[in-house]
Design a protein around this ligand. Structure first.
Ligand code: T4K
Length: 373
């Protein structure tokens, strides 16, 4: 019997080996490997142009970018931050590691992003910010969130880890709120191996974020701030420069994968797909499927795929407000976010990457559909 290749939930986009070697060759001349070298500076400028964003500060990973930008806002310890539990743990960790209390808002049943209609009821005199997540690359209701933030004097920091290259009404996801964080992890639509960035529209954060990611050093004999170390190195930046050249083509290939999935799974009773959002140019980052009233449960489909060598993932189960490290928080508990809890129990993200072959999408869908018979 023919041995079928294993399929994982995603696979890093990479440039040709020769292209990357060409890009990093100069590092053997300069011996300059990190600390905001030429590749770092170049990638930052290229990203500012690509995103049409005034400021991009690069980081060694997305998590530290988020942790730093929240810290840069200098909120008082114990203040409350409204966020969602339907996300990767990093979002909640970044809030809590800053000494702030996460207050979990439920999510919208269509987009799985924060339900903007439920934010105001969670605002107290301790609330200082909203940290919404453009989960799976779905855009949050940025207009409503901006109105609420303005009315109540709150900061908005988007966890845009999944939303690189997504646009709303022609504007990059980098340009909403007070700041947005992108992850450039190997699993993302655009990667720098590990990496991330904070993007923002005005000058106020530049100095603080650069101090935070480089020990607060401003010169050989000058340290102005108790900062840490979260710098992107030259090999990461070089990978970003190469990957950015091919990004639009990679996204087009992802679109074709997504369309193939829709051909098989649209209108199947009990299977819910994320609908395209109005005015949004997507990046096709993930392919989440919700099994709601299907003949098989999410876990049965997960197991059936696994038996055939296909690793889907239950992003994002469990919810972060149920993790044992948060269980004792008075704001924790999945009963406070019933829509998120419903989704977390039923969602499966199917394999999604630019090079996923059409026949592999067909095979994945055959298994999913066979579970429903
Ligand atoms: N906020 C949100 C909403 C996030 O989703 C994330 C990260 C962050 C913040 C924090 O950003 P970073 O600090 O990570 O930049 C993965 C990623 O590690 C993580 O970046 C990502 N979100 C999360 C959703 O997924 P795991 O534990 O699922 O990864 P892992 O190792 O199981 O990899 C998944 C699949 O990806 C593998 O089966 C194969 C493929 N893969 C993986 C690696 C590591 C590759 O093709 N190449 C690789 O190098 O967390």
């Amino acid at each position: 019997m023919q041995q079928l290749e294993k399929i994982l939930v995603t696979r890093s986009s990479m440039p040709d080996y020769e292209e990357y070697c060409e890009e990093i060759k100069k590092l053997w001349d300069s011996h300059w490997l990190t600390n905001m070298g030429e590749e770092h500076v170049r990638l930052q400028q290229e990203l500012e142009d690509y995103l049409g964003c005034q400021h991009v500060v690069l980081y060694t990973n997305g998590h530290l970018a988020l942790e730093n930008v929240i810290a840069a806002m200098q909120f008082p310890k114990g203040a409350e931050v409204i966020t969602t539990p339907f996300t990767f743990v990093s979002t909640t960790h970044a809030i809590v590691r800053n000494g702030l209390t996460p207050v979990f808002c439920d999510v919208d049943p269509e987009t799985y992003t924060i339900d903007a209609g439920k934010i105001e009821e969670l605002i107290t005199d301790k609330t200082v910010a909203i940290v919404p997540v453009h989960v799976y690359g779905n855009m949050c209701d940025v207009e409503r969130i901006a109105e609420i933030a303005k009315k109540h004097g709150l900061k908005v920091i988007y966890d845009a880890a999944h939303a690189f290259a997504v646009k709303y009404k022609g504007v990059s996801s980098a340009n909403f709120g007070d700041a947005s964080m992108f992850s450039f992890h190997a699993t993302k639509v655009f990667n720098t191996i590990e990496g991330g960035a904070v993007c923002f529209p005005n000058d106020t954060l530049v100095g603080t974020l650069n101090d935070m990611k480089n020990f607060g050093i401003r010169g050989p004999e000058r340290c102005v701030f108790v900062g840490g170390n979260a710098k992107m190195n030259e090999f990461q930046a070089a990978m970003g420069i190469c990957n950015l050249r091919h990004l639009d083509r990679e996204i087009a290939k992802r679109k074709a994968v997504m369309e193939r999935y829709w051909q098989h799974l649209d209108h199947v009773p009990g299977i819910r797909l994320c609908k395209p959002q109005k005015d949004v140019e997507p990046n096709y980052a993930y392919f989440p499927v919700v099994f709601d009233g299907y003949a098989a449960t999410r876990d049965q489909v997960f197991d059936a795929l696994g038996e055939q060598g296909i690793t889907a993932r239950k992003y994002f189960y469990p919810l972060t407000n149920s993790f044992e490290c948060y269980r004792d928080l008075p704001t924790a508990g999945t009963e406070k976010t019933p829509v998120a809890a419903f989704l977390a129990d039923r969602v499966l993200t199917l394999p999604m990457y630019a090079d996923l072959a059409p026949e592999d999408v067909d095979r994945i869908c055959e298994i999913v559909l066979a579970c429903g018979k």
